[in-house]
Design a protein around this ligand. Sequence first.
Ligand SMILES: Nc1ncnc2c1ncn2[C@@H]1O[C@H](COP(=O)(O)OP(=O)(O)OP(=O)(O)O)[C@@H](O)[C@H]1O
Ligand SMILES: [Mg+2]
Length: 145
Amino acid sequence: MATYLVIEMPIQLELASLRETMLFGQSLAIGLRPGDVLTFSGPIGSGKTTIVRALALALTGYDEASSPSFTLWQQYQGKINVNHLDLYRIEDERELPELGLFDAFSDDCVTLIEWPECAPSLIPQAAIRIQISGAGDAPRLLEIG
Ligand SMILES: Nc1ncnc2c1ncn2[C@@H]1O[C@H](COP(=O)(O)OP(=O)(O)OP(=O)(O)O)[C@@H](O)[C@H]1O
Ligand SMILES: [Mg+2]
């Protein structure tokens, strides 16, 4: 007889070190398909970019480590194309059409978004939401879904 694992939502996990956070980001790549959207919420320095970078590296082979810390929309080409949005500096959602950010969502890309709360109208309903807490050297607590 088949055994089924029932996963209760939200999923909660603790990442005790930078290494664990990077491994988590890398492992997310296994389950993603083009068209998926993930959002990352949490205070400054909580690890949003750390996870996005590890994930983008796993999906595309592209290591963004040397690029500037703030870019509104970064694209990586790879086996699966990745769009990385950082919405921190959006002050008014009326800016969105002229910024062209709606074009970041397409069926042939994975889209990863930091600071989704700065432009809620941009975020598709089907997005997987990841909430991070903790900063500095403290462990990070994650809640997914
Ligand atoms: N367990 C951990 N997980 C993630 N980052 C950690 C951890 N421990 C220490 N750090 C450090 O915390 C910082 C996280 O920075 P990161 O740029 O990923 O945060 P962020 O959430 O993207 O911030 P911002 O809101 O400014 O974009 C890094 O300097 C990293 O080395
Ligand atoms: Mg960041």
